[in-house]
Design a protein around this ligand. Structure first.
Ligand code: BJW
Length: 263
């Protein structure tokens, strides 16, 4: 089957879907200028050590180093804009009765594009809590976005106004549990959806990587969009090779042409 046939088949599945779950990963944001994690040359983990930046131990040992790196990440995201792929997912809400995006991304780009139902299972770069007691903390723009420095230059992590412990980003580091209620919701939706669209994830990080398996076992059609095969491709009914920013708008155009929900 050639790429146009795959797009048409994917569009037909989406047109008949009642409940769609879209699982996104770092590849979804790549064309907005945000690097992925595992690209061999440009990926964040090719340039920075996750053990030193994305674990509780790392923060405990050197909060300023970790805080400085997340300030650098926040600056990257602040300059980024949602791309046509994000907007195509918003348009999908007019074509399928219920659409939920389960994103591993912490950049908030789906929400900025206008997607209505987004579960950010790895947290959000722009929310903060304290390290010791999880008190939610509000920060000023200057505290969240201090002047540009090197990504590896430490920046003093602010203190929680209630308990004095250091402030951390409200994201999920390795070895930390995901929000229990949100994960339960994501699993339940995966088990009840009729189509799951998986975009731009390597499928190596659990528990998010298990969601396509849950959907597939429950009989959903799995459609994957990625620039290259991933760990999840063997489970996919349809693999569409290409970037999110090119494939998703093309897919949406076909859904609209085909009528879609209420169309
Ligand atoms: C394009 C594209 C374009 C490029 N268009 N495509 C079971 C088995 C094995 C291990 C475990 C397991 N269960 C738990 C674990 C341990 C661990 C884990 O999974 N480790 C694996 C690496 C082996 N998981 C955890 O620790 C999780 N916690 C947990 O399970 O807790 C249990 C617990 C319970 C009770 C008490 C205590 C604990 C937490 C995982 C948190 C992950 N955190 C990070 C950092 C978040 C904050 C931050 O951003 O700084 O999340 S790591 C990083 O990986 C980030 C991402 O969300 C995540 C996934 O990466 P993603 O999105 O797939 O990106 P890439 O780069 O890997 O892939 C990009 C893809 O896009 C590629 O395929 C490209 O081809 C493609 N692409 N450009 C379309 N333009």
């Amino acid at each position: 089957m050639g790429p146009p046939d795959r797009l048409s088949r994917a569009a037909r599945s989406l047109e008949s879907a009642r409940e769609l779950v879209v699982v996104t990963g770092a590849g979804m944001s790549q064309e907005s200028g945000i690097p992925t994690f595992r690209d061999a040359r440009e990926g964040l983990w090719a340039r920075f050590d996750p053990e030193e930046l994305a674990t509780r131990r790392a923060f405990r040992e050197d909060p300023d180093r970790v805080w400085g790196w997340y300030c650098y990440r926040r600056r990257l995201v602040e300059k980024a804009r949602p791309h046509p792929g994000h907007h195509a997912l918003v348009r999908l809400e007019g074509a399928v009765p219920r659409v939920t995006i389960v994103t591993q991304n912490i950049d908030g780009l789906h929400g900025r594009a206008g997607s209505a139902r987004v579960l950010e299972v790895h947290g959000n770069l722009w929310r903060f809590r304290c390290f010791e007691r999880d008190h939610p903390v509000e920060l000023s723009e200057e505290e969240a976005l201090p002047p540009e420095t090197e990504p590896t230059r430490g920046i003093a992590a602010p203190r929680c106004p209630r308990c004095g412990s250091r402030v951390r980003p409200d994201v999920v580091w390795f070895g930390e549990p995901l929000d229990e209620a949100m994960l339960a919701r994501a699993r339940s939706l995966a088990g009840s959806c009729d189509v799951m669209l998986v975009v731009g994830t390597s499928g190596v990080v659990y528990p998010a990587a298990a969601l396509p398996g849950v959907a597939g076992s429950a009989g959903a059609t799995l459609i994957e969009v990625n620039t290259e095969p991933s760990r999840l491709t063997s489970q996919a009914d349809l693999f569409i090779e290409g970037t999110a920013g090119r494939v998703l708008p093309g897919l949406m155009d076909r859904v609209i042409e085909g009528g879609g929900f209420g169309g």
